[in-house]
Each structure stands twice: as structure tokens, then as C-alpha cells.
Design a protein. Structure first.
Length: 172
């Protein structure tokens, strides 16, 4: 990573190529992320203007970028638990000021099989520039398929998605 020329940005290699990153957009994850505990510095990158997803990009490893999205855009009833210790680590006086993201998986060439991982939401305090991934042990189902079409929009009119392996209309 190098300092950007004549601006207050930092040049960083990312999964989207070399980009100028505004230092005020850097997020610090004191515990890292599950499976990536040694990575603490991240930023959120837009993929394209209308895309419903972002990349949570490591500023320490250009190969580490996770596709994330706002679960409430697809599952308005989704709820998470944030303990007092996590709220304190996030320096959040009020949990309503926090953003929640979840990791997204899109199998290559199969956007209709896009899924959200609901059991490890990423919670961010943008004001304090802090983030935590908070395990949700009792989330059922832990993953939900969105049935996206190639434009990235949900084709399930209910907006609820379905668990992987469960066909629409299958009540099992």
C-alpha cells in the first residue's frame, strides 16, 4: 500500500485492481474475521452502482475480499443478537446506529443459487470505524438462497428466499 498522489487517499491493491482508498473508510476488526483472524484492516468497496452487494476488502491482503450484502434488503425479518461485550467493543452507545452485513456466495455462472450466510453477520460501527463478526448460534436456517436472476435481483416475490436444497413451495 502506498500514499496516493496529491490527495488524502491510500493506493491499495484489491480484488478490483489498484484503487485509491479514503483512509476515513478503513474499518478495524479487532478479532479479524472467522477463518481470517490475523486480518484486521478492511474497507467496503462498491462493485458497481446498482449492485446489491459490496466487497469487504482486506487492506493487508489484496487476495482477501469477501462478497457481502445487507440482509435486510432480502430478509426484513432477519434479527441478530449483539451482546453487551460486543456492543462495548464496537463502541456503540445504541445498537440502532450499527450496520449489519452478511457474506454472500454466488456459484460461478449460477446466480440463481446465490445464498446469504446468516450465522456469522458482520456488524459495523461506521462512526468509530470498528467491525466485528458475531456468531449467531441459533439462526435457522443458517443460509438462505435468494434465487437471483442474472441482473442480481431477487426473483422470489415473497422476498424471503429459501434454505439451500429446498424448492420453492416445498414446505418441508
Amino acid at each position: 500500500m502506498t500514499n496516493g498522489a496529491a490527495t488524502n487517499t491510500v493506493r491499495a491493491q484489491t480484488r478490483l485492481g489498484m484503487l485509491d482508498i479514503d483512509p476515513s473508510k478503513e474499518l478495524f476488526f479487532p478479532r479479524g474475521l472467522m477463518g481470517f483472524e490475523e486480518h484486521h484492516r478492511f474497507t467496503l468497496l462498491k462493485i458497481r452502482g446498482e449492485a446489491p452487494f459490496l466487497i469487504l476488502q482486506s487492506l493487508d491482503d489484496p487476495k482477501l475480499g469477501l462478497l457481502v450484502g445487507d440482509p435486510y434488503a432480502f430478509l426484513p425479518e432477519y434479527r441478530i443478537r449483539i451482546g453487551d461485550a460486543e456492543q462495548k467493543m464496537l463502541q456503540a452507545a445504541d445498537i440502532s446506529s450499527l450496520s449489519v452485513l452478511v457474506t454472500v456466495s454466488i456459484p460461478h455462472g449460477q446466480p440463481e443459487n446465490t445464498s446469504l450466510s446468516l450465522s456469522g453477520p458482520i456488524v459495523i460501527n461506521h462512526e468509530a470505524r470498528l467491525g466485528l463478526q458475531i456468531l449467531q448460534a441459533d439462526v435457522n436456517p443458517p443460509r438462505v438462497c435468494l434465487h437471483l436472476n442474472r441482473s442480481g435481483h431477487d426473483t422470489d416475490e415473497s422476498g424471503k428466499g429459501t434454505p439451500p436444497g429446498q424448492e420453492e413451495g416445498d414446505a418441508s
